[in-house]
Design a protein around this ligand. Structure first.
Ligand SMILES: [Zn+2]
Length: 241
């Protein structure tokens, strides 16, 4: 039988199978040893991509309910110092209101994080994803956009400003590719959010198209590339493939 420590130390693992855990530990309270250690290699390797996505969904649910895990960051820092075994790579926007780890209740060592305005991909970012998955063993790539995104608004308005111009040009294909009946302006938040979603889809396509390494990992079932939109108003992360 696996130790209770193994079963309880990480909330990230807790939801894999509530039923299985309940059977194994009975009524033992979850949390006495929880959140005190970073993900181990064995724990990460035992998770499937779908289970990892489920953990992120459940973490977002806890965040929305105000019932986040009582993370022991110092313990996570100490246990991860000699090695890291993150389960996912998350590409999200720099927006201060959309910190992926916080809104999905993740701890130190759980995920690689790439943040850039408008969550677009380039060679450097895709290279980082290849490292995260092929070399370091992460099993999910999550591309997460969010509502009311300033970068999306800037792309819609064709803002020209220093180096930002080139960055926004990477989002502009999503503006023209968004099918929308109604006012196609940055003042229309419904349109802005539709473009943000299309931008996530196009970023996922870009990753597929430009990385044979990730394409191979995905077609073999080793990893999954998924998209999501974070709603600033509701706090909900809506996943889509
Ligand atoms: Zn944004």
């Amino acid at each position: 039988m696996r130790s209770s420590n193994h079963l309880n130390r990480r909330h990230f693992l807790e939801m894999t199978s509530i039923a299985a855990v309940s059977c194994a530990v009975g009524m033992m309270p979850v949390g006495n040893l929880a959140y005190g250690a970073a993900l181990t290699k064995a724990q990460r390797d035992n998770l499937t991509p779908d289970e990892i996505v489920a953990h992120m969904k459940n973490g977002n649910q806890r965040f929305r309910l105000g019932k986040e895990s009582p993370h022991d960051y110092l313990a996570q820092q100490k246990t991860s110092a000699k090695g890291q075994y993150p389960a996912a790579v998350i590409l999200s926007c720099i927006d201060s209101r959309a910190p992926a780890e916080t809104i999905m209740d993740l701890g130190i060592g759980d995920t690689f994080n790439v943040r850039v305005a408008g969550n677009v991909a380039n060679d450097d970012i895709i290279g980082s994803m290849e490292f995260g998955c092929k070399v370091a063993g992460a099993k999910v790539i999550l591309v997460m956009g969010h509502t009311a995104c300033g970068a999306i608004k800037g792309a819609i308005d064709n803002v020209q400003l220093g180096n930002l111009t080139a960055l926004l040009s990477k989002i502009r294909p999503a503006v023209s590719a968004t099918e929308y009946r109604g006012e196609r302006s940055a003042k229309n938040y419904d349109f802005v959010d539709a473009v943000a979603r299309k931008n996530v889809e196009l970023t996922m396509e870009t990753i597929h198209r430009r990385s044979a390494v990730l394409e191979d990992l995905e077609s073999s079932g080793a990893i999954k590339i998924v998209g999501a939109m974070y709603n600033l108003e509701t706090g909900q992360v809506e996943f889509f493939s």
